[in-house]
Design a protein around this ligand. Sequence first.
Ligand code: GAR
Length: 200
Amino acid sequence: MKRIAVVASGRGSNFQAVIDAIRNGKVPAECVALITDNPKAYALERAKMSGIPCRIIDYATFPSREVYERALLATMQDVNADLFVLAGYMRILGASIVKAFPGKMINIHPALLPAFTGLHAQRQAFQYGVKVSGCTVHFVDESLDGGPIILQQCVPVLETDDEDALAERILMHEHECLPEAIRLFCEDRLVIEGRKVRVL
Ligand code: GAR
């Protein structure tokens, strides 16, 4: 059974989807930790309700980004997971952390990459006027939301949408995509070949 750890900064609805998928047997993994940079993250409540150990690395208490990242790296190494899942982690991970876990870190992004990287991807898509958006699960490399893509799902943009309605529709698909990608990883079915991920 693979050990996974989730890294989240906020609400944690994707984290909850992962917890639920593990609980109902869809994902053969043990969630060994929730790691957060935000002591107020609702994800912490979700972890407590499910008996998952929490590690809080409070960004605000560190004198610099470098020192924060050293603490985060040390925590991640200590947690000793087979896979780190970024589920609404709202900071860019430094190169030292990315390099420490090659092929062992995935991220969920609320747009069809490579479009609309970075923060507020749903707002970017809505304002751009695309007719289709969606979500992407990808391996994390040193680029911004640019690592090899594992899974994507399309979501239509409706005439009646505002940004929140679009974000909510995308979120429903995130909750399917993220556990599915973790399942494939845990079943050793993902092979990274350059930019491409082959699903066995
Ligand atoms: C999700 O929509 C996730 O895709 C996005 O933040 C939200 C977190 O929601 N992540 C990013 O934008 C990463 N740059 P959640 O805390 O309810 O899972």
